[in-house]
Ligand binder design. Structure first.
Ligand code: 0GY
Length: 307
């Protein structure tokens, strides 16, 4: 085959080869409430219309990371590169049994039978992704139709959007008949003050509805990045005031996740151990940590076990 006449940039970086052991010990029963499985492509091909191609990231590697970081359970979230084919997700859920729940992508014409199968596999929500670099979002009336289908199952909608899009989406979100879970704090611009108008608007939105927030992905939001000094384990410090504000105001509606294997990250591949050491900076008390990592995800994903 002739060499291409241009440099081919891979659409992926592989996950960190050897995440460090965190200093912070997560409480017993902790849930990593935002992570993914990808492929393997030869068994679970990526969607034809995807906007990036990730490195394969298997269920076995995810469960090994769970154990290494001290977590007990996972919430596995369907990412755009698998489109609305939830086979890799369902396969991982079936292997994990009660130790994982899932968030799927479905179309409005999904059959009752398919929804029942997804529920039995452990799916408890759908994801609506509005991030333009990732997906051409379906029209909101289609998404509203999906929400009406899943409401009777007691599921929720995980929503992923950029901060600048919240003003256009807020009325639509308020009209949905299901609880909402916002990915990555609605992606605030952390170079702006946490007390500024944009983040205040986000906090008002959370305050007003049945809205939960993942205080996740400092590695995507940070402008300062991981520590420049070797051995320094307090990373992504510019994100802390935002996450801390959310945890302090909405302690019983926050979740945390690694986002492993960190799809579509082009800047650097985070050390998952360092991400865990970020947690006590955003949830400072043991009570906040227990809510964030155990009680809240159990209420949403394992309500039969929640206290
Ligand atoms: C994340 C973040 C990203 C990717 C996706 O569905 C996806 O492809 O959500 C991103 O690129 O910001 O939560 O996985």
């Amino acid at each position: 085959m002739p060499e291409p006449a241009f440099a081919v940039t891979p659409g992926w970086l592989p996950p960190h080869p050897s995440p460090s052991t965190p200093d912070f010990t997560v409480p017993p029963g902790a849930v990593d409430a935002h992570c993914h499985v990808f492929g393997p492509a030869e068994r679970f091909p990526y969607a034809a219309g995807r906007k990036y191609t990730p490195a394969d990231a298997s269920k076995h590697d995810l469960f090994a990371l769970r154990d290494r970081l001290g977590f007990t359970r996972n919430v596995i979230v369907q990412a755009t590169c698998h489109g609305a084919d939830n086979s890799a997700l369902v396969d991982a859920l079936r292997t994990a049994g009660h130790r994982a729940r899932g968030v799927a992508t479905v179309r409005p014409d999904v059959s009752d039978e398919e929804l029942k199968d997804l529920h039995e596999a452990g799916v408890r929500g759908v994801r609506f992704n509005f991030v333009r670099r990732l997906v051409d979002a379906p029209p909101t009336d289609e998404l509203a139709a999906v929400a009406r289908r899943i409401a009777p199952l007691g599921w929720h909608a995980v929503v992923y959007f950029e901060a600048a899009d919240l003003p256009h989406l807020e009325d639509f979100f308020a009209s949905l008949p299901v609880p909402l879970v916002v990915d990555h704090m609605g992606r605030p611009d952390v170079s702006l003050p946490p007390g500024g108008l944009d983040f205040k608007r986000f906090l008002r939105f959370v305050e007003a509805g049945d809205v939960w927030v993942k205080v996740s992905c400092p590695e995507r939001l940070s402008r300062t990045g991981p520590p420049a000094v070797d051995g320094e384990r307090h990373a992504y410090r510019d994100v802390v005031p935002f996450a801390r504000t959310v945890v302090e105001r909405f302690g019983d509606r926050v979740l945390w996740g690694t986002d492993w294997p960190h799809p579509n990250l082009k800047s650097h591949m985070p050390d998952d151990g360092l991400l865990v050491d970020h947690i006590p900076h955003v949830a400072a008390t043991t009570e906040q940590q227990r809510l964030l990592l155990v009680d809240n995800p159990l209420r949403l994903y394992w309500p039969e076990e929640a206290r």
